[in-house]
Design a protein around this ligand. Structure first.
Ligand code: FAD
Ligand code: SF4
Length: 475
């Protein structure tokens, strides 16, 4: 038997000098042989801790052993039991904070954990390439009920796929002209190619799920119409409304929210203007405010659009950086610069309404705040200016009020998210379930999917129960 390597099997990536000027995927993925070499490293633990730390409880040793045996079909079948979006999760899940963090191999001195995410991606990509999802057999039994899903992000797609498998008629209503939520309009092509997102969405449609795009629930159709037509409904409208610093100069030309900047690039293909209609500013000096995945994506996109200098301004230090560590390393390789312990206090006007600098102040870390992280405190008289013609604020998103404002009956949290039981997805209104970022606030793809899985089981219970006892109102 081959010796167990201490380190992960290396994976091919586009070279930084080349990739920083294109939008093609950075990571090129394992070959099957490389995947097998990595699969051999797995200890096949009993009570595998990696399973328990995965929000959708994938049988990780189960699919890894199938890779080791060269049986990709079996590996894909294991994954398919737990997730409808494995090629997406294999690319964007924060494995280093979940399954790989607790991997027993990684606990051994001088050993890296098994590259679980990269193996998931290998299997999922193999399945998308080699299996015909359009041939999935749909049940010819009468449908149990009819469910509306609002929003086609990972949470909505997951609940829809699981309910279709349970033999429900499912319609997803999506406000935008393309489905996928943040997977489509937020995460850039170089991390998550849109052809992968499209293929996995097609595999969910092949289960019988209908997706109606360009339907803004609360405007195009009302919640009342949905309640009258469907047996139950799942709200997964995400947290897509951008937060702003609110500092002087926010209205200057050249100040973007990350939502606008990334949507122009990903959804509207502005990097290919004028072949596509949406323009985007071609900048020289870009400053991105924030330290999460969104900030990394905005900075790395700006670089690819040709900016000479791109800097990230973050008010804490590298230790507290919320972005995936892999994305941070990639950004450094692509010559993104960092101003740690720094906060913007004003955007400077060039006199014509255009941005020409960001006035910042240095920070130091004080006592821990409610999140447990040390609170950044400004250092007096430490102001300085970074030259910039573009600034992109990536400081978090909140709930979008379009639907919520038309449905005041639904109970919200004090932060404006939907109040829902995390164990069931049930809201304050019977028959209305909710999950994903609109319940938790901006979180992760896999947590949004986990909420969808939990809700699918609960919606099934609810509808079966309701159908036993005839009721006068529909939801
Ligand atoms: P969303 O993905 O936001 O989808 C909600 C959908 O609902 C949208 O398509 C929206 O158009 C639609 N909608 C809204 N209102 C209505 C309405 N009234 N009617 C009809 N449709 C409506 N997570 C990770 O795990 N890893 C990452 O690397 C990562 N990177 C990220 C990068 C960026 C730039 C962003 C913004 C987020 C990132 N995240 C990442 C977070 C992750 O994408 C989200 O947590 C996840 O997408 C939430 O899923 P969701 O289904 O709840 O909502
Ligand atoms: Fe394999 Fe690590 Fe999971 Fe153990 S914890 S089964 S070594 S992936």
């Amino acid at each position: 038997m081959a010796r167990r390597s201490r380190t992960k099997t290396p994976i091919a990536e586009q070279k930084p000098a080349i990739r920083k000027s294109n939008f093609d995927e950075v990571c090129l993925g394992y070959t099957i042989e490389e995947g097998q070499a990595e699969a051999i490293r797995c200890l096949q633990c009993k009570n595998a801790p990696c399973i328990a730390s995965c929000p959708v409880m994938i049988d990780i040793p189960g699919f890894i052993v199938a890779i080791k045996e060269g049986n990709m079909e079996a590996a894909a079948a294991v994954l398919g039991k737990y997730t409808n979006l494995p090629a997406i999760c294999g690319r964007v899940c924060p494995q280093e904070k979940q399954c790989e963090k607790v991997c027993k191999l990684g606990m051994a001195k001088n050993f890296e954990p098994v590259a679980i995410g990269k193996l998931e991606r290998l299997v999922a990509d193999w399945a998308l390439e080699n299996q015909d999802f359009t041939k999935l057999i749909q049940s010819d039994q009468p449908k149990i009920g009819k469910i509306a899903v609002i929003g086609s992000g990972p949470s909505g797609l997951t609940v829809a796929g699981d309910l279709a498998k349970l033999n429900y008629e499912v319609i997803i209503y999506e406000a935008l002209h393309e489905s996928g939520g943040v997977l489509t309009y937020g995460i850039p092509e170089f991390r998550l190619p849109k052809r992968i997102v499209k293929k996995e969405i097609e595999s969910i449609e092949a289960l019988g799920v209908t997706i109606e795009t360009n339907v803004v629930v609360g405007k195009t159709i009302t919640m009342e119409e949905i309640i009258n037509e469907f047996d139950a409904c799942y709200i997964s409208v995400g947290a897509g409304a951008p937060n702003f610093m609110g500092i002087p100069g926010t209205a200057l030309n050249g100040v973007y929210s990350s939502s606008e900047y990334l949507t122009r690039i990903n959804l509207m293909h502005s990097y290919d203007f004028p072949n596509y209609d949406t323009p985007i500013k071609r900048s020289k000096n870009v400053v991105v405010i924030g330290g999460g995945n969104v900030a990394m994506d905005a900075a790395r996109s700006a670089k690819r659009l040709g900016a000479e200098k791109v800097s990230i301004v973050y008010r804490r230090s590298l230790e507290e950086l919320p972005a995936r560590i892999e994305e941070y390393h990639h950004s450094v390789e692509e010559e993104i610069e960092y101003y740690w312990l720094t906060n913007p206090i004003e955007y400077i006007n060039n006199g014509n309404g255009d941005l020409n600098g960001v006035k910042c102040i240095e920070m130091e870390l004080g006592e821990p705040d409610e999140s447990g992280r040390r609170r950044p405190v400004p250092i007096k008289n430490s102001e300085f200016i970074i030259e910039a013609d573009t600034v992109i604020e990536a400081i978090g998103q909140g709930s979008n009020k379009v639907l919520l404002s038309t449905f005041p009956e639904l109970k919200l949290t004090k932060w404006g998210y939907i109040e829902a039981d995390p164990k069931t997805g049930a809201t304050s209104i019977p028959g209305i379930f909710a999950g994903g970022d609109i319940v938790t606030g901006a979180a992760t793809v896999i947590l949004a999917m986990g909420a969808g899985k939990v809700a699918a089981v609960e919606i099934d219970n609810y509808v079966r129960e309701k159908k036993k006892t005839p009721v006068t109102t529909k939801v």
